[in-house]
Write a protein that binds this ligand. Structure first.
Ligand code: GLA
Length: 383
């Protein structure tokens, strides 16, 4: 898997890499915008991901090369986020900055080459994969030790504090903890991670809408803020609640008037979504795939109506998928405002069914959906 990345490293830096690491992208299975609200979420690490190769340099710079982007060199004493076409470097540089802050000694800089099998912008979190692969590789290169939660936290901190995206632990946590054929369950309040084998003969399909939302980062930040504002109002009535996830639907409904329409619907989405994650866990335990699918589709409906992080293109894909045979449920996956939908299906669902959906989608929106049939794979690892 790393041969291509090794060759790329050699061709760019004229030297052998010392370490290679891989980290996967993820599917958000269910648990939408619950992570930064202290809630429950389930994700799946996919087999597609990011591979990096690294080696020490003898000066104080970081040299970065990526398939399809101009090479960059950044001084170790000048690590700050940058804008524009080279902003892809913020992920490894942010991780470097965070690991240094945690005590990693870097007497010299390093070279890093990156390649990806994850479609960018597909809502499968290539950024978390890049962060986790970098963190694993740098830990080996500089002799830094931490555990799996530690790696996930490094990635999230880089994203929150360096990249400037106020995400929760979902993407980095799933990329760190993924296991073959398994789902990762996260209690974001306690940062306890568990994995569970998926039922036999169930499959994941990703359909990327290829609809780009120009303001996706600010839309995400707006929702983050709205959840905070809703919590502040709810706390007047329920001061013991430290997060939205410590409240239930009845408590949110009791404050509808104080919250006002928008904040009421945002809070309702979060508390009902936590309940749906719980329902999926119970349904998986007894193999009730119809109930799993129903909760998945209900999650999308709540996104569409209450959290308003869906867009017409995603709604169309979900509606079309639900009309196909062998689909248990479908929903947007990830932050929303563009990106992809996920379908949870039986083994009989095939490329021919996905093609019917893609054709109808194209007829309605004039866009080509990218179809990915993926599997649950291993979390971040040295190669
Ligand atoms: C993005 C963020 C995650 C999570 C999801 C929505 O993927 O990076 O932390 O908030 O959106 O559930």
């Amino acid at each position: 898997m790393s041969e291509k990345t090794k060759q790329f490293f050699k061709s760019q830096f004229n030297a052998e890499p010392t370490y290679a690491a891989f980290a996967p992208g993820r599917i958000e299975f269910i648990g939408n915008h619950t992570d930064y609200n202290g809630g429950l979420v389930m994700g799946v690490a996919v087999t597609e991901g990011i591979t990096v190769c690294v080696a020490l340099r003898d000066d104080q710079n970081i040299g970065l090369v990526s398939d399809g982007a101009a090479a960059m060199e950044i001084a170790l004493d000048d690590l700050k986020p940058i804008k524009g076409p080279a902003s892809w470097t913020n992920y490894p540089v942010g991780v470097t900055h965070v690991m240094r802050g945690l005590g990693m000694k870097m007497p010299v800089g390093y070279n890093i080459a990156v390649t990806s099998t994850l479609p960018a912008g597909a809502g499968m979190s290539s950024s978390a994969a890049f962060e986790l692969a970098t963190a694993k590789a740098l830990a080996a290169l500089y002799g830094f030790e931490t555990d799996t939660v530690g790696f996930a936290r490094i990635g999230r901190k880089a994203e929150n504090e360096f990249v400037g995206m106020p995400c929760g632990i979902l993407d980095q946590g799933v990329s760190a903890f993924g296991e073959a054929d398994s789902i990762v369950l996260i209690d974001c309040a306690t940062e306890v991670f568990r994995t569970k084998l998926m039922p036999k003969d169930t499959h994941f399909w990703i359909l990327n809408s290829n609809k780009k939302h120009a303001l996706v980062d600010s839309a995400y930040a707006d929702r983050f803020q709205e959840c905070k504002d809703a919590l502040a109002i709810l706390q007047k009535r329920f001061p013991e609640a430290a997060t939205l996830s410590q409240l239930d639907e009845a408590q949110v409904r009791a404050c509808e008037a104080e919250l006002g329409d928008v904040l009421f619907r945002r809070a309702l989405h979060v508390v009902t979504e936590n309940a749906r994650v719980g329902a999926v866990e119970s349904a998986l335990a007894v193999g009730d795939l119809a109930a799993v699918g129903a909760a998945i589709s209900a999650s999308h409906e709540s996104s569409r109506v209450n959290f308003e992080n869906s867009i017409p293109e995603l709604d169309t894909l979900v509606d079309l998928l639900k009309k196909q045979p062998y689909v248990y449920g479908a929903r947007l996956t990830g932050g929303g405002f563009g990106g992809a939908v996920m379908a949870f299906t039986g083994a009989e669902f095939g490329a021919e069914h996905a093609a019917v959906v893609a054709a109808a989608y194209q007829a309605e929106h004039g866009l080509e959906a990218t179809v990915i049939h993926t599997q649950a794979g291993q979390g971040a690892q040295l190669l």
